[in-house]
Design a protein around this ligand. Structure first.
Ligand code: NIG
Ligand code: FE
Length: 408
């Protein structure tokens, strides 16, 4: 099927094919075509250009007067598969308890693990896919989803099977991450648990081909640098690519160990020093910041501008989860990138599209306006400029989301 968007006020997010991430000054690249057309064929972007070059054979025409056409968001860090919610802890937080204090009292991740344990796989699927449908409607076209509320082999596999069912049920691009090392499961000693993650869970996950990535919560009160290295290597032996939770609670060494072991991304980074920026230089690892958890937990925001000034790329993701970021709204993430992290709207857009696609290994197929990529697109309502999107951050801005060229 062929269809052409015509009279588009502005296409943003154009990148030449072969560009998989943007770093340093490249993050300011707007990739704009004004007064434009764009053709989609068989779910892929086939061509685009200014209106005075509109081809004769357009197929179905979609009139886009006044609208911006942009890549759909890519959300490279989420925990949307979870059971129930944690409003009780929300009240504790309001009354002054920190994330670490709640976790130390047996709340936090372990609370979600108990809820998940007592929820059937079908019910977990229904609750979770509702969240995925919500974020697709808000413009997310690619979504990474982690396990990590199972914390024993059976429940981790339950989560990953739910992620697989979601992947087979939605038009968004879904990637799965095994995060058995999110916390120590109830009833285990730390060493015993790390051993089970490496020797029992990872082989079982690989056996059923349930994940692309292996993740570890490398932070104060969770897993050490040594444990993290061991788990990453165990995952790599089964073909899983590392992604790390690092530097949320403390300067943890997680960035350095992630880079040393070839992590595709190191995520959170609320607490970082210049040493982390140095460690990332020249690596293939994408620093990924999660402003939603800074907002919700009252943590410092990642130093995105310093990373960019050092020549690095930065990705932004939602961290959608019940404990530290109960929102998967990537437009709100983009807005916080601007308002709190002082990125320009274009830098924030690139951080939420091509760079976050890179951080989940899909920037070769989505994340920018590039011929041959999936037509994962947001068509806005008539709008004054791209800047309006993060500026007026609660005003509805989406006219239609297209995933692989089809209306959602
Ligand atoms: O990315 N930091 C660790 N894991 C999640 C929070 C998980 C939870 O509290 O349920 C995060 O913020
Ligand atoms: Fe997370």
């Amino acid at each position: 099927m062929k269809r052409t968007f015509v009279d588009i006020k502005e296409i943003v997010g154009v990148q030449p094919s072969g560009v998989l991430r943007l770093q340093g000054a490249e993050m300011a690249s707007t990739g704009t075509v004004r007064n434009a057309w764009l053709t989609v064929e068989d779910g892929l972007i086939s061509a685009f250009g200014p209106m005075d070059t509109l081809p004769e054979d357009t197929g179905e025409k979609i009139d886009c007067a006044g609208s911006i056409l942009m890549p759909a968001f890519c959300d490279s860090h989420s925990h949307v598969v979870y059971a129930g919610s944690r409003e009780g802890e929300f009240r504790d937080k309001i009354e002054g308890l920190s994330y670490a204090e709640i976790a130390a009292r047996g709340g936090g991740i372990l609370n979600s693990a108990d809820l998940l344990h007592n929820t059937s796989e079908d019910e977990l699927f229904e609750q979770s896919i509702a969240r995925v449908r919500e974020v697709m409607a808000k413009g997310t076209g690619a979504l990474e989803i982690k396990s990590g509320y199972g914390l024993n082999t059976r429940d981790e596999l339950k989560m990953l099977r739910v992620i697989k069912r979601i992947r087979e049920s939605v038009p968004a691009t879904v990637r799965a991450t095994f995060l058995g090392a999110h916390d120590v499961g109830r009833g285990y000693g730390k060493d015993e648990y790390v051993r089970i993650v490496c020797e029992e869970m990872i082989p079982a996950v690989a056996q059923e081909n349930l994940a692309e990535f292996v993740d570890v919560f490398c932070d104060e009160g969770f897993f050490t640098v040594e444990e993290t290295a061991r788990i990453m290597e165990a995952g790599k032996a089964f073909g899983l690519v590392p992604k790390i939770h690092a530097n949320e609670m403390a300067v943890s060494g997680g960035v350095q160990v992630g880079v040393a072991h070839g992590a595709l991304s190191v995520d959170h980074l609320e607490k970082t020093t210049d040493a982390e920026i140095e460690a990332l230089k020249g690596s293939a690892t994408m620093p990924t910041m999660l402003p939603g958890s800074s907002f919700f937990l009252g943590l410092p925001y990642g130093r995105a501008k310093d990373y960019i000034a050092a020549g690095l790329g930065v990705a932004l993701a939602s961290d959608y989860n019940p404990g530290s970021s109960p929102s998967g709204d990537m437009r709100f993430v983009m807005a916080q990138g601007c308002i709190k992290m002082k990125l320009t709207p274009v830098q924030a857009l690139n951080a939420c599209t091509i760079n976050s696609a890179y951080a989940m290994g899909v920037s070769g197929i989505t994340g920018s306006i590039t011929p041959g990529k999936r037509a994962d697109l947001i068509l806005t309502v008539p709008i004054s400029s791209l800047d309006f999107i993060p500026y007026s951050y609660t005003t509805p801005f989406i006219r239609q989301v297209y995933l692989a060229g089809k209306e959602l």
